[in-house]
Design a binder for this molecule. Structure first.
Ligand SMILES: [Zn+2]
Length: 209
């Protein structure tokens, strides 16, 4: 039976590396894989920080994923496994379409994404994956906060300062170059102590004085 699996973790926890590893293993086993991604700055590539990369189809906002996969199969393509990277950016409708891909087309779907955004709330797509997946798997490669504790929350920073409000996804913003992301432990996320702030102890004293 085909299954819908959702692998999740923080940024920098090796999601794309695992996605590419699963792709490699499936290909070696003689299976046919298709790779999808969303909001990919590289323009259709799943790449990992350890240097692996594979071309991927970018999921457009209004794309019906069920219709897309059904058409590919009707056109004579074999699809055994669908690997979905950046799964947090998929809409809840995309996730439902992927569940139908599993149930009606018999294609395994393996999705990889973040659980929560920089405000610590669930991404809508990730919520739907949690609700519908046959298997939910937290990635065991853990990112660390600058303090050494387990990094469980994603922070958005501008010039090193933690951001509490803003769009869930920064796309094509003129200030996007100033925006950075950092994984923090809960204590430091709640306190807003990023690595940059921790490296500026005098400034912290000033602020709290
Ligand atoms: Zn910490």
């Amino acid at each position: 039976m085909a299954e819908l699996t959702f692998f999740y973790g923080t940024m920098n926890c090796g999601k794309s590396t695992l996605a590419l590893q699963i792709h490699h293993n499936a290909v070696v086993a003689g299976k046919t894989c298709e790779l999808l991604t969303k909001h990919d700055r590289g323009g259709g590539t799943i790449s990992s920080r350890i240097g692996l990369a594979q071309p991927a189809t970018v999921v457009a906002e209004g794309l019906d994923l069920f219709a897309y996969v059904a058409e590919r199969i009707a056109d004579g393509h074999t699809i055994d496994v669908l690997i979905c990277d950046e799964a947090q950016f998929y809409t809840p409708e995309h996730v439902e379409q992927l569940a139908d891909v599993v149930d009606q087309l018999g294609v395994d779907v393996q999705a990889f994404g973040l659980l929560t955004d920089f405000t610590t709330g669930l991404f809508p797509g990730s919520r739907r994956f949690l609700e519908l997946a046959d298997r939910r798997q937290e990635l065991q490669v853990e990112a660390r906060c600058w303090c050494g504790e387990r990094g469980t929350l994603n922070a958005r920073t501008v010039d090193g300062r933690i951001q509490r409000e803003g769009e869930q996804v920064v796309v094509g913003d003129v200030d996007a170059d100033l925006v950075a992301y950092e994984v923090l432990c809960r204590r430091h996320h709640r306190a807003g102590v990023t690595r940059a702030v921790a490296d500026r102890p005098l400034e912290v004293v000033e602020l709290s004085a």
